[in-house]
Design a binder for this molecule. Structure first.
Ligand code: GRF
Length: 224
């Protein structure tokens, strides 16, 4: 890609993953141009992060629409006006209609706070604790119409500690989210990552299993 990859980020809340992308784009480690941040909630703190970075922000409240399809149409119009190469879901708390998902097939990523296919949906940290798992983590995946079920690109695992509660476990997982999301976005922006008819292609090879990142591993895009 000769020009930097144009990215639209969708959020609903704090935007800590968005912040990581902003920071890495700013310091030149991520070859992307975040052209807009769109939130379905006016009070999302991530909007402040975007504004602080000089990024265009838009609020599109789902409350102003009668149906999911109508909202998603309006959202797609906002997104398409920015002519993005990639749509990044970063804590966008909406179920997406099939038409919307299909429109961005192969160019929409999501991060989910579990080791997919485990714990699709909400309250993943609580559910991992309740299930007595000794390992938990996060996954970046291409978005497909089934919720949290698209092909997984990369995962990071963290241990579940004996004294963990939901908050401490969430914090440890989020630390890893902030590592693997920029990594996957960088691969896409560099033209190394694609969704082909048979699955994910990374550097031209079919990815049979998600890439696994250890919590303490130096990543290619991180300073040693
Ligand atoms: C993250 O935990 C992510 O995995 C989930 O939503 C949360 C967003 O957090 N999809 P933030 O808004 O990026 O801080």
């Amino acid at each position: 890609m000769s020009r930097p990859c144009r990215v639209v980020v969708l959020i609903s809340g704090s935007g800590s993953n968005l912040q990581t992308l902003i920071d890495r784009a700013a310091d030149g480690r991520l070859p992307i141009h975040i052209v807009a941040v769109i939130s379905n909630r006016a009070d999302a703190y991530g909007l402040k992060r975007a504004a602080r970075a000089g990024i265009t922000t838009r609020v599109l409240s789902h409350r102003d629409y009668d149906s999911r399809e109508q909202y998603d149409e309006a959202l797609a119009a906002l997104i398409d006006a920015q002519e993005p190469d990639l749509v990044v879901l970063a804590g966008f708390m909406r179920i997406l209609s099939q038409g919307f998902v299909n429109r961005y097939h192969g160019r929409m990523l999501n991060i989910h706070p579990s080791l997919l296919p485990l714990f699709r949906g909400l309250h993943t940290h609580r559910r991992a604790l309740e299930a007595g798992h000794t390992e938990h983590g996060c996954s970046v995946h291409f978005v497909t119409p089934d919720l949290d079920a698209g092909p997984v690109i990369v995962q990071a695992r963290v241990p579940v500690l004996a004294d963990d509660d939901e908050t401490s476990l969430a914090r440890r997982v989020q630390g890893q989210e902030h590592r693997i999301y920029p990594l996957a976005v960088a691969w896409f922006a560099q033209g190394r990552l694609r969704l082909g008819p048979d699955g994910i292609l990374l550097d031209g090879h079919l990815l049979r299993e998600p890439v696994q990142v250890r919590p303490d591993e130096d990543l290619p895009d991180e300073p040693a």
